[in-house]
Ligand binder design. Structure first.
Ligand code: ATP
Ligand code: MG
Length: 553
């Protein structure tokens, strides 16, 4: 146990940040159990560890959002206590959360300035915008200060969040899973900016589950397991992803199963001519992405296409069909239209039954399982208990109702099964969902959907935020369900996941399905060029004709 020293006391420390013996307890859980972290000034430092290991908790403690029960925070060798995030910000520490906290209806510059200069907004407007331009040029964080945040893609929003932190003068930047929502070229962009930041003296700490990206970009790595520091790696070139994973989970990872075809003849999900007419106010994310990647010189052109344009596809029993695309090209609209969450014209059939006119609940009861894109917004109610979340969306079915009443015992039993089978780390099933770590929330949702034994699964980013071990488990469960006859429509920003799981891959661009590629032969780079429209495809469009033919690419 560390003996606390007086705040303001100078201590010998060669580090920009040193956390010594941090303990943080929550009811029933010791989230941090004596964690040590040492970060050198001007470096990019990665924190890795299983879901629930205590990474976010530790960072929130450094950021002043949690008070540690024990331990010391040393900033440049001086002990500090932060009663609140604003105290941490005053010391030059800023944090970007995985869930963006931007106000959609304000412009980029308003969001950046918002809250940092109360009462003087008008006065400093010109200065503020000039400062944003400077910062954005200095660190290669391209944004248009006058654009509305609602019109931005994920990558842009993240740049705004980083600028917001820099605008407040942060020299120490904490990023909690910054790349979970990014597509590959955005990841490259992000790390280029972080590199520039550290070259100019800033210090960056980031959390990630993507071990290759950690090894490729971090100057040093700290591994946390069950609330303790189990590894400090000063030279990442001395470890492999496999070794890191082993340190994280304390045992070897299962090797991935080989793929064998299980596709059957019966069509379980059929979508014909699905269309959403109203044009969004959004920017053309394809042009943006291509622009960022150094291609087309357009950025922020308003879209003129339909959000979802005459999409037809079929998913057979025993088949996983992947949808690849740059975020904002109709993938969200497609799955929400299939789930009855957005008005759309066209037909949706499940096991040959036309469900186009049915409500979301009725579609679920017809056999569709759904892992939503944004788990906190659409997948769960954070203030409800785990078992209440497990019956969410399934309360109208037969499983948990008995003569019209919710069968609590059945619901609780199912929750225990989900927690067990999907290894959801929690002290119990009566805690609120918000107390779960991000990855454990995700496991709960995937578990809930899979345990309901759907015929069709619509899965958006099923392993977003889960650790490598849990990812392997979820992949295995999806493959097993596939060989048992499940028809899965998979959306993912993780190209390795798309390529690794899918039997067929469709590419969406500007609301349309523009190509079908064979995941057995396509490379991530090729897939990326289809996604940005850079690839010359053979003109085959899967729209209009149900896309279940042979892969032409
Ligand atoms: N506000 C809270 N109340 C109760 N328990 C909490 C709270 N926040 C976190 N915990 C618990 O603390 C532990 C560590 O959670 P934390 O969010 O730090 O994990 P993590 O390493 O960030 O995991 P992930 O990779 O899934 O994001 C978990 O067991 C979690 O359930
Ligand atoms: Mg976390």
């Amino acid at each position: 146990m560390t003996t606390a020293v007086e705040p303001g006391t100078a201590i010998d420390s060669a580090y920009a940040i040193e956390l010594r013996g941090i303990v943080k307890r929550f009811p029933g859980v010791v989230a941090n159990d004596g964690v040590n972290l040492r970060v050198r000034e001007g470096t990019i430092h990665a924190i890795v560890g299983e879901n629930g290991a205590g990474k976010s908790t530790l960072m929130k403690t450094l950021y002043g959002a949690h008070q540690p029960d024990e331990g010391d925070i040393l900033i440049h060798g001086t002990r500090r206590t932060f009663r609140s995030p604003s105290a941490a910000i005053d010391m030059g520490i800023g944090m970007v959360f995985q869930h963006f906290m931007l106000a959609d209806n304000f412009t980029v510059w308003e969001n950046i300035v918002l809250g940092s200069e109360p009462g003087h907004l008008r006065l400093n407007m010109r200065k503020a915008r000039r400062r944003i331009r400077e910062l954005s040029e200095q660190y290669g964080l391209e944004v248009d200060p006058d654009e509305l945040v609602a019109d931005l893609g994920v990558g842009d929003k993240q740049r705004v969040e980083i600028l917001k932190v820099l605008y407040r003068g942060a020299r120490i930047l904490i990023l909690d899973e910054p790349t979970a929502v990014l597509v590959p070229h955005e990841v490259t962009e992000l790390f280029a900016s972080l590199e520039q930041l550290t070259q100019q003296g800033a210090t960056v700490i980031f959390i990630s589950h993507k071990l290759d990206e950690v090894l490729g970009n971090a100057d040093a790595i700290t591994v946390i397991r069950a609330g303790k520091t189990v590894g400090e790696i000063d030279d990442p070139s001395t470890v492999t992803a496999g070794e890191l994973a082993e340190m994280m989970v304390g045992s070897e990872l299962p090797s991935p199963e080989t793929r064998e075809a299980t596709v059957r003849d019966d069509v379980r999900l059929e979508v014909v001519g699905l269309t959403i007419e109203s044009a969004p106010t959004g920017v053309d994310t394809v042009a943006l992405a291509a622009g960022l990647a150094g291609g087309i010189e357009s950025s922020g052109t308003p879209t003129s296409h339909r959000p979802l344009d005459d999409v037809s596809l079929r998913v057979h029993s025993g088949e996983i069909v992947g949808i690849a695309g740059v975020e904002g090209n109709g993938q969200t609209e497609l799955i929400e239209a299939i789930m009855g969450l957005r008005p759309a014209s066209g037909i949706v059939k499940v096991d040959e039954q036309d469900v186009s006119e049915l409500s979301n609940t009725a579609r679920r009861n017809a056999g569709i399982g759904y892992v939503a894109e944004d788990r906190q917004r659409d997948g769960m109610v954070l203030s409800m208990t785990l078992w209440e979340n497990v019956i969410l969306g399934h309360q109208a079915g037969d499983d948990f109702t008995h003569r019209g009443l919710i069968d609590r015992d059945a619901a609780r039993e199912r929750t225990r099964q989900v927690v067990e089978e999907f290894d959801v780390r929690t002290p119990g099933i009566d805690v609120s969902a918000f107390t779960l770590s991000g990855g454990n929330q995700q496991k709960l949702i995937v578990g809930r959907e899979m345990m309901a034994k759907p015929h069709v699964l619509i899965a958006a980013h099923p392993t977003r935020g889960v650790d490598v071990g849990a990812q392997a488990v979820i992949w295995d469960i999806l493959r097993q369900a596939r060989s048992d006859g499940l028809a899965t429509l998979l959306i993912s920003a993780d190209l390795d996941e798309l390529i690794g799981l899918s039997d067929r891959l469709l590419v969406m661009l500007r609301g349309k399905v523009v190509a079908e590629v064979d995941p057995q032969t396509v490379t991530p780079a090729e897939l990326g060029s289809y996604m940005t429209g850079a690839h010359q495809h053979d003109g085959r469009s899967a729209s209009g004709s149900p896309g279940d033919g042979e892969a032409p690419a």
